[in-house]
Design a protein around this ligand. Structure first.
Ligand SMILES: Cc1cc2nc3c(=O)[nH]c(=O)nc-3n(C[C@H](O)[C@H](O)[C@H](O)COP(=O)(O)OP(=O)(O)OC[C@H]3O[C@@H](n4cnc5c(N)ncnc54)[C@H](O)[C@@H]3O)c2cc1C
Ligand code: SF4
Length: 412
């Protein structure tokens, strides 16, 4: 049996308290750890061995200190990059646009406007990155999602669209290389930002791209959706997309005999995927990718009551430059004809992101409810959570009570 190091003990505390997001940063710090699906369908770190360079007896030097700085189950620190102004709901903004890939194929294939795919391709083509880290369907088993190193336009297009399932992009061994562009969920971007600043100092590390994230659903939800659409099990699935190919586009699967099955975004996310998100995502301070250089989200069109409309149309992303480097990249990509930009009303974006808005406004209460129920919460610094909660005493009380009950149930 493999012994337990101080790093393992620290990881066990995070995983045991339900605060692991499955980002994979601990596996990047220590190659003796790998990320695997657990029984509940989430990626979690598993000790496989100890690194050879330590004589097979220990973890790499400095790994525990780096873990303590970067693990999103231990802490997340809000960023205040030079030249940005802080929006209490959306984080730091240097400049914001409505945006989409100028190439109609990328726009069609992308999750919203295809902006992250277009930027990834352009970074590769212009030599500003040698590889882009992203996530896509596993070619061996399309029901699963895997992290990939993208080096061509074709690979970038294959990795376009959202994967509403576990993938641990921060575990990729190239994630911290200077010639990498890293695409990941906000928790992954925050871990890579913290590690990169430790290694290179502020604003010198790999380019970080992220997206708005409501949370990671369990792999079991995907499996359930597949068996609902293709009863009888044995069908070989050759492709599985959660959305894209339109905006938002359907959850769709393609079988080896060429047949396709689909379910609307609203039904697949609302009834299957969304309800299974892991605990850490319910208490996330940053669903809007504050730690990236550039973040994309859906700029949904709204009905007369302000609720997002999910009827298919040409995709539009909200694109937020968090850093001056991010702004310069977006403007250069637009000047090269890769992105099309239009002015954006930032308050209109907050209105069409009700989940992000409510989660942040009630987060102080959710954290209090978790602690009251005996749970442990990560340290979240600089998000002004109390200031957001104070003007909403009733909503906060309701959220604290509901979280307390949910947490107690989880532990019983
Ligand atoms: C788990 C999850 C939750 C989301 N929640 C929200 C939300 O609350 N609000 C909202 O507006 N939008 C949400 N989105 C959608 C996301 O914000 C849009 O995809 C965003 O607008 C980017 O669009 P795009 O067309 O520019 O991206 P694309 O050009 O389609 O590029 C998407 C990029 O993300 C990478 N990627 C896809 N899935 C994952 C994954 N699971 N882990 C790591 N990398 C991945 C792809 O490899 C690709 O590089 C979510 C997406 C995911 C995966
Ligand atoms: S949150 Fe990330 S770094 Fe922390 S234990 Fe989980 S996978 Fe490892």
């Amino acid at each position: 049996m493999i012994g337990e190091s101080d790093l393992d003990a620290a990881i066990n505390v995070v995983v045991g308290s339900g605060n692991c997001s499955g980002c994979g940063a601990c596996a990047l710090l220590d190659p003796g750890i790998s990320m695997e699906l657990d029984a509940r369908g989430f990626m979690r770190p598993v000790r496989k061995g100890f690194q050879a360079s330590t004589g097979g007896t220990g973890v790499p030097a400095g790994a525990l200190e780096s873990f303590d700085l970067a693990c999103p189950g231990v802490r997340v620190r809000a960023q205040h990059p030079a030249g940005s102004r802080r929006h209490e709901q959306l984080g730091p903004i240097v400049q914001a646009w409505e945006a989409w890939a100028t190439d109609p194929v990328i726009r069609q294939m992308g999750s919203s406007g295809g902006t992250l795919t277009a930027l990834s391709m352009w970074l590769l083509q212009t030599g500003q990155a040698s590889q882009v880290i992203g996530a896509q369907a596993d070619p061996e088993n399309a029901r699963r999602s895997i992290t990939v190193q993208i080096i061509s336009k074709e690979q970038a297009l294959a990795a376009s669209g959202s994967r509403y399932a576990p993938a641990s992009n921060a575990a990729d061994p190239e994630a911290l290389e200077l010639d990498t562009a890293f695409v990941g969920k906000p928790c992954e971007a925050s871990a890579i930002r913290a590690l990169s600043e430790r290694k290179y100092g502020p604003n010198n590390g790999p380019v970080l791209l992220s997206f708005f994230c409501a949370g990671t659903p369990s792999q079991h939800a995907t499996d359930r959706l597949v068996s609902e659409l293709v009863p009888g099990e044995d069908a070989e699935i050759v492709d599985l997309r959660y959305r894209g190919n339109g905006w938002p586009g359907d959850f769709s699967i393609t079988c080896s005999d060429g047949t396709t099955k689909a379910m609307s975004y609203d039904d697949s996310w609302g009834s299957y995927l969304g309800p299974t998100t892991q605990w850490r995502c319910k208490i996330c301070p940053d669903g809007v990718g504050e730690s990236a250089d550039i973040t994309a989200g859906d700029f949904w069109r709204a009905d007369e009551n302000g609720y997002p409309l999910f009827s298919d149309q040409a995709g539009i992303s909200a694109l937020l430059a968090r850093t001056e480097r991010g702004r310069d990249l977006v403007l250069a990509a637009a000047a090269a004809g890769v992105l099309t930009l239009a002015e954006m009303d930032v308050q209109a974006l907050v209105k069409v992101q009700p989940l992000q808005r409510r989660r942040r406004e009630t987060l102080f209460a959710r954290l209090a409810g978790t602690v009251a129920a005996g749970g442990k919460v990560p340290k979240f610094a600089g998000f002004c959570l109390l200031r957001l909660a104070l003007p909403r005493p009733r909503e906060s009380l309701r959220a604290a009570k509901a979280t307390y009950q949910r947490r107690k149930k989880l532990e019983s």
